[in-house]
Write a protein that binds this ligand. Sequence first.
Ligand SMILES: [Zn+2]
Length: 279
Amino acid sequence: MFRVRNYKLAMAGANVEFIRSPNIGGVLDPRFLVIHYTASGPGFDTARYFARPEAKVSAHLVIRRDGTVIQCVPFDTVGWHAGVSQWTDRTGRFFTGLNRYAIGIEIENWGPLRRTGSGWISWSDQPVEGSKVIEARHKFGRPDCGWETFTEAQVQATIEAARAICDAYGITEIVGHDDIAPGRKSDPGPAWNMASFKAKVFGRSEDGPATYMVRSPTGLNLRVGPGIDQPLRRPDPLPDGTRVIVHEARDRWRLVSVLNAAGDPDFSGWVHGGFLVES
Ligand SMILES: [Zn+2]
């Protein structure tokens, strides 16, 4: 289990390996988590590459194929991973230049692969073992091709790191680089099971945040901020029995994500904590 301490990822009281990248901006306002692949092979050390000024790129975390997590940028600092990008969050707010608002995780993986007579090769003509390849179409219509699968160790490490980050910063939206730069970027691509990943990060397991239930016969108002004077986020109150997860507390107010029937976070806002019971 990871925790965030002083803008660094730590496990059992010790920070994960930190290889500082000079490719950074100012203060980060963390609202989103962006998932990437590196488009690189097992012989390439992404974290060391991010440490070179001429690379002009970075990410907060790198997840190696063996599941090792390396941090390159502290979580309070802008990294250079999103580039030209835009996203409308679930409250309808429009963001551009996502580097200022997003923590980036780069997962080491080749990305798309081409078929040859004898098997699969990367963009750099390196052979990739067939047992590590799936054939799929990218959701934005890129033609069918091969994609390197992510290792089980990578999936598990990314879930655990994302949980700690989302918990620490109240992040409720995880996106792929392809979501915020459609057409320009293909990562993490169809080999990354984003739906399953998000479900595991957002509390469908005992390690996730606690689930609460609205206990109020007349329903509970969801507001834009913590206070009775804050505008309503939704015209109708949340019905009695609505399930939520709590991200943040301010006095008696709680920032919650409202769960849909499938148990996934649907939308978020502030509610009075006096009407929540543990479920
Ligand atoms: Zn990317």
